[in-house]
Design a protein. Structure first.
Length: 403
């Protein structure tokens, strides 16, 4: 990506010209919105490095942060409403000795050994006040610790504002459903809500394969088995092979990382199982390209046929900072399998999918740009955010400016 010589507090955004109309790609200073925090801070006194990671996690959880970063030569940092910023401006920078002490203070003996052997470790960390996805990485300066704060309560699809279309997808007895998006876009939360909906409305055996287990799902009408990669199994592929012998009805795969996992997921979806999985892709067309391109050239025609028959839907999502700076809004792209969609996949013409999705709007399909535009017109996100995140920027600019 081309770098622009902007200062630390500048970025390329859209700004109004003298007539009040939107002009794209001008440089403007971006002020981080002030957020009211539920943490008492002494105004003048410095804040020294805390004794245990739990103390940072509790502060982040109480204040609504999504992530906590404890890094060498950096002040304690959190991601609040999508923005990465210091927790306390007057805090000391964390030293390499500090991060080593903090890491050794919460890792168990097995995790310390894995960290020493591999240089990095990812796992679920549970405390008396919550669950967290922990990542400890050794690098040039020492150890960095990153925590994703997981909501202890699984929010329902209605609470998340997910459309009824996704409930319809959860009613299939077999097939492949993909939830995609960048890191931190809420894929795990959406998947957990969908699995929880199935757990409540069906009488099946659900197996989840995760790295690590984030949301703990209690069995209700369904029997739920949750397995963690590196703790209960060596890999997603190994867990998938085992799952097929465990009489499952629904399999949730935390991430399709490699050829074997993707191949097994497609096979499972064809053999009478409903498979829900994630990929780090931005829209439906790129998702299908990623799935198909991972296979050797001589197998792609067969895989295209298999995917065209087994695919039930693709949900791509983004979390967009709201206009008031106090939250994030969910933007969704939804593709549903129709004969037209299946034909595009079989013929390798995924570039035609956006047009097919526009025509299929009445069925519940929507493009990411249309979702962003809807959020902007509802006054939820700014024009700048809508433009910067749009796939077709020229068309989005026209919609935003009228020219």
């Amino acid at each position: 990506m081309e770098e622009h010589p902007l200062s630390d507090n500048e970025q390329e955004i859209a700004a109004p010209d003298e007539s009040g109309e939107l002009m794209i790609e001008e440089t403007a200073v971006v002020e981080t919105p002030e957020v009211e925090q539920e943490v008492e801070v002494v105004n003048a006194d410095p804040i020294h490095t805390l004794e245990h990671v739990d103390m940072y996690l509790q502060v982040g959880q109480q204040s609504g942060a999504s992530d906590i970063h404890l890094a060498v030569n950096v002040k304690p940092t959190w991601r609040l409403f999508g923005n990465l910023e210091p927790i306390w401006l007057q805090a000391d920078e964390i030293t390499a000795d500090d991060t080593e002490r903090l890491a050794m203070g919460f890792l168990n003996d097995e995790q310390k050994k894995r960290l020493a052997d591999k240089g990095d470790i990812d796992f679920a960390y549970a405390t008396s006040f919550g669950r967290f996805r922990a990542s400890v990485v050794r690098h040039r300066l020492g150890l960095d610790l990153v925590f994703r704060i997981i909501s202890t309560n699984i929010r329902t699809m209605d609470q998340l504002g997910l459309p009824e279309t996704l409930k319809m997808l959860c009613q299939y007895q077999n097939g492949l459903i993909l939830v995609t998006g960048s890191v931190g876009s809420g894929k795990s939360t959406t998947l957990a809500a969908m699995v929880d909906y199935i757990n409540e409305t069906r009488h099946d055996h659900i197996i989840t394969l995760e790295d690590p287990v984030e949301y703990v799902i209690q069995s209700r009408n369904c029997h739920v088995t949750q397995r963690e990669v590196h703790t209960h199994t060596n890999s997603f592929a190994a867990a998938l092979r085992g799952a097929l012998r465990e009489d499952p009805d629904v399999i949730m795969v935390g991430e399709m990382r490699d050829l074997e996992t993707i191949q097994l997921a497609i096979t499972a979806s064809e053999t009478g199982h409903l498979v829900l999985a994630t990929l780090h892709t931005g829209n439906a067309a790129r998702t299908l390209d990623r799935v198909l391109d991972v296979f050797p050239v001589d197998q792609r025609e067969q895989i295209r046929v298999m995917v065209s028959e087994s695919l039930r839907g693709i949900v791509s999502q983004q979390l967009v900072p709201t206009r008031d700076g106090k939250g994030r809004a969910l933007a969704l792209e939804i593709l549903l399998r129709t004969e037209a969609v299946a034909s595009c996949i079989r013929d390798g013409k995924t570039f035609m999918l956006p047009g097919v999705m526009q025509i299929g709007g009445k069925l519940g399909m929507t493009l990411m740009d249309d979702s962003l535009l809807g959020l902007y017109r509802a006054g939820i996100i700014s024009a700048e955010e809508a433009y910067m995140r749009a796939e077709q920027k020229a068309l989005m600019r026209k919609e935003l400016t009228g020219k």
